[in-house]
Design a protein around this ligand. Structure first.
Ligand code: ADP
Ligand code: 5GP
Length: 209
């Protein structure tokens, strides 16, 4: 115990998903910088590094053979193919964060989140929605990391992803960044106060079942 009560991590797994361009990377970065005890998991991917991305920080960039080897070794808690590339969360990163009592934020797609639910992983599932599809389209254009064809593909995928939001615990609408960031923070801080998690503060207290 560090005496900070609900302001410190508890080994909670937060799962953040959203259609491409909705703002999950932006919101995740803000949450990590503002909320003590929260770390972001660094995923593995086979996709090419974008300008400004740092290997081992943004992602662990690996080739397909290395990724498939990791699948064979059961080293992923979840993995999925997104936009033709492989993405996955390594099991050991999660275990390490849990051992340190850090809360961990996974920024993963809806397929990966569904796999975690299937495995009955104790996680808090948060979905970020843009205020409208038109705004989503506009943000993808402003970000400019994909060409027009790729952007249209992402808009198509977005409709299916939004349909999957019904299975999540929380919905954050990313209209103004300030408001969305605050909602993220409220969710994380409230979750740390949940009865079953607060029992960590009182080792001799058993929550009601
Ligand atoms: P994702 O990770 O979901 O693909 P990003 O975080 O990369 O989305 O955001 C997509 C683009 O939209 C980026 O250029 C980002 O700066 C911008 N953006 C994110 N949130 C907002 C917001 N609330 N208002 C305006 N622009 C935003
Ligand atoms: P991008 O290539 O734009 O960084 O990410 C594309 C999609 O892959 C996003 O929806 C992102 O959340 C998702 N993604 C990133 N890492 C992982 C992961 O480890 N597992 C899964 N299932 N999806 C991931």
């Amino acid at each position: 115990m560090d005496g900070k009560g609900a302001t410190s991590g508890r080994g909670i797994l937060f799962i953040l998903s959203a259609p491409s361009g909705a703002g999950k990377t932006t919101l995740a970065k803000l949450a990590i910088s503002k909320i003590p005890g929260l770390k972001q998991s660094v995923s593995y991917t086979t996709r090419a590094r974008r300008e400004g991305e740092v290997d081992g920080k943004s992602y662990n960039f690996v080739d397909k053979a290395a990724f498939q080897k990791m699948i064979g070794q059961n080293r992923f808690i979840e993995w999925a193919q997104v936009h033709g590339e492989y993405y996955g969360t390594a099991l050991d990163a999660i275990e390490k964060a849990k051992a340190e009592k850090s809360d961990i934020l996974l920024v993963i797609d809806v397929q990966g989140a569904a796999k975690l639910r299937e495995k009955k992983v104790d996680g808090v599932f948060i979905f970020v929605l843009p205020p409208s599809l038109a705004v989503l389209h506009e943000r993808l254009g402003i970000r400019g990391t994909e060409d027009v064809r790729e952007r249209e593909k992402r808009m198509e995928t977005a409709r299916n992803e939004i349909a999957a939001s019904k299975d999540y615990d929380f919905l954050v609408i990313n209209d103004t960044l300030d408001a969305a960031e605050q909602e993220m923070e409220y969710i994380i801080r409230a979750e740390r106060c949940r009865l079953k998690r607060r029992s960590l503060d009182f080792p001799d207290y058993t929550p009601h079942s």
